[in-house]
Design a protein around this ligand. Structure first.
Ligand SMILES: CC(=O)NCCS(=O)(=O)O
Length: 349
């Protein structure tokens, strides 16, 4: 039992879990994604230089990672503030901000956004994928990494007194690297000490999510308090999905709004449409997993902001929820996905 037990930790302090309301469990409000820059298709170098014009927006949505400027969400704090006010108007109340070390977490900005908008913001502790680990990070022991993560939750991160309320998104690649394995072990140790929520970014392979859970479990991680993100681009076969769901983590569909034809990070993947995502949720509900489902947009590039004609942070509340209700998911089940499941996950043990 600690001071955190039974509470949720936001960037403005501890709150009662019943205050959270509708929650997006995987968003970014300020970050950079230069680590994942992907060269434009042959012949498209010129448009990639300056795509923020109406006639290029379709290109940008099909090639979001091929324009440097699009990867700088940290330049859009004012637009994000407006988005959060719109999110509240649409009935949203809480956002879990998954930016970790390696993709430019900005805790003072998050605290200011929470103050300006009244949205509860929960910040993430820990480290993103291997290619963003510094040489110093790669050399750290599991014990040192654990101390850093625990400190980010108990005392504040990045030299601030802003405390993180979840561990993650913890980044993993496929295959999982040695440095990422150490971070995963540290995550499990920190979770065992703190009783806190964990959220994982799996590598882009159907075997990745289960392998991450195996590593966490091996060193005492609490799988029932762990979210597996990005299932919409990772596991496609229904049998494999059920096998994974049976392991007991939360199941997150968090790329709502992305309808890219060619997924540049894994061309074998057919990125699902939002309709297909809703179908996957309905399937999991039918199979009895309604207590484990979470949803979000994982906004991490500029083009997805309403300022640039994108879907914004209110898309699920405004468009996806009505669709869910027409596809066999009841209002009570929607409320579980948006309110109850996030609340249970985010509450410290
Ligand atoms: C910020 C982040 O990691 N987003 C996920 C992008 S991915 O293409 O689904 O890996």
């Amino acid at each position: 039992m600690s001071a955190l037990t039974g509470k949720v930790q936001t960037v403005l302090g501890l709150v009662d879990p019943n205050q959270l309301g509708r929650t997006m469990t995987h968003e970014h409000l300020t970050m950079t994604f230069e680590c994942c820059y992907f060269a434009p298709p042959p012949g498209d170098a010129a448009v990639a230089q300056n795509p923020f014009q109406m006639q290029h927006m379709h290109w940008l949505r099909q090639n979001p990672y091929s324009c440097h400027e699009n990867l700088l969400l940290n330049q859009e704090t004012s637009a994000v503030r407006d988005e959060l006010l719109a999110y509240r108007k649409a009935g949203g109340s809480t956002i879990v901000e998954n930016t970790t070390t390696g993709i430019d977490r900005d805790l003072p900005a998050l605290r200011q956004l929470a103050k300006d908008t009244g949205v509860h913001i929960v910040a993430g502790a820990g480290f993103y994928v291997d290619c963003t680990h510094t040489e110093a990070t790669k050399k750290m022991s599991v014990e040192k990494l654990t101390d850093i993560i625990v400190g980010e939750v108990l005392h504040g991160a990045d030299g601030t007194d802003v405390r993180c309320g979840v561990i993650g998104e913890i980044g993993t690649s496929w295959p999982i690297t040695e440095s990422e394995r150490k971070v995963l072990r540290a995550t499990a140790h920190a979770q065992a000490q703190l009783g806190c929520p964990v959220i994982i970014h799996p590598g882009r392979n159907p075997a990745a999510p289960a392998e991450v859970l195996r590593i966490l479990q091996e060193v005492g991680g609490d799988i029932g308090k762990t979210v597996m993100s990005h299932l919409d681009r990772t596991i496609f076969d229904e049998g494999e999905l059920l096998e994974f769901a049976n392991l007991g983590s939360y199941l997150e569909y968090d790329l709502f709004g992305i309808e890219t034809l060619n997924y540049c990070f894994n061309l074998d993947v057919d990125m699902p449409s939002d309709s297909q995502r809703v179908k996957a949720l309905a399937f999991l509900v039918d199979e009895g997993y309604e207590d484990k489902i979470l949803v979000a947009h994982d906004i991490h590039t500029k083009d997805r902001l309403t300022k640039y004609g994108g879907h914004g942070y209110s898309h699920i509340l405004k468009n996806i929820v009505p669709k869910m209700l027409t596809r066999g998911i009841s209002q009570q089940q929607v409320d579980k996905i948006l309110i109850d499941n996030p609340k249970h996950w985010l509450t410290f043990k």
